[in-house]
Design a protein around this ligand. Sequence first.
Ligand code: G3H
Ligand code: ZN
Length: 317
Amino acid sequence: GLCNHKEMFEHAIKGGFAVPGFNFNNLEQMQAIIQACTEAKSPVILQVSKGAREYANATLLRNLAKGAVEYSKEIDPEHKGVPISLNLNHGANFQICKECVDNGFSNVMIDGSALPYEENVKLTKQVVEYAHKFGVTVEGELGVLSGVEDDVAAAEHVFTDPKDVEAFVKDTGVDALAISIGTSHGAYKFKPGMHPRIRLDILHEVEKRIPGFPIVLHGSSSVPQEWVAVINQYGGKLESAIGIPEDQIREAVKSAVCKVNIDSDGRLAMTGSIRRYLAEHPKDFDPRQYLGPARQALKELYLHKVSDKVLNSAGKS
Ligand code: G3H
Ligand code: ZN
């Protein structure tokens, strides 16, 4: 069955790697994630956002994830597949978290990061108390990431204050904490000319206050310039899309960072692949003809992400 994050994160802390949090909202994305992670023997967290639930239907998505557990075993019967979690990403309120707990998710994120501190504590605690009764782990968030994820846009970036983290994890009982150290959602994380840099100093300060406690990084796409170039070459218009350099993510996962969320990079790879395919094959009209190569591009991207060049989770399941 689906795994919660307790053991996954214990291994990640000890092993100096992070489990990928990959978003999905369709079949090809799911296939790419499971093929890549099973072949690389990496544990994986499948993430469903509010936008994904609206786009693809929540019932279909969770059954796709349950099917993924069997699919992974089918790909690697000897190894019995890889550990797979189904996570609600950026749960906005108690109700949506409860619904996901009730429907078999193995982890939920309650994102109270935009709320005043005390309200964030109260809401997060309420979700933890409910989820834990069913063996579902919970991720909370302190500090605000900028950028746009689906229709959830944060107004202003606020770095996590390391002084708050100890009380927050203690008072809420969360199993993992997402922090804001300069990553952000979407493909436009830095302005041209800016030095793209995350605040590893804040991460290390947080770690000192809650040693060995699982940390999560959202907004960690690197925005591969090869894919931005392909998109622009074939009719796209992405100007100055800049992400987090992968060596900084690699550095971060050596610490207590146990989970790293990557969504935009996959969107770019799929879109680039589809644009190129259609431009080069104007007569084709079977969706499998362009979705097949897009799925392969996505799979290769994920194989790279789980390798020792970025998350280092390959071979760790
Ligand atoms: O929750 C999802 C991730 O935080 C998405 O981040 O836009 O950098 O891929 P990304
Ligand atoms: Zn996020």
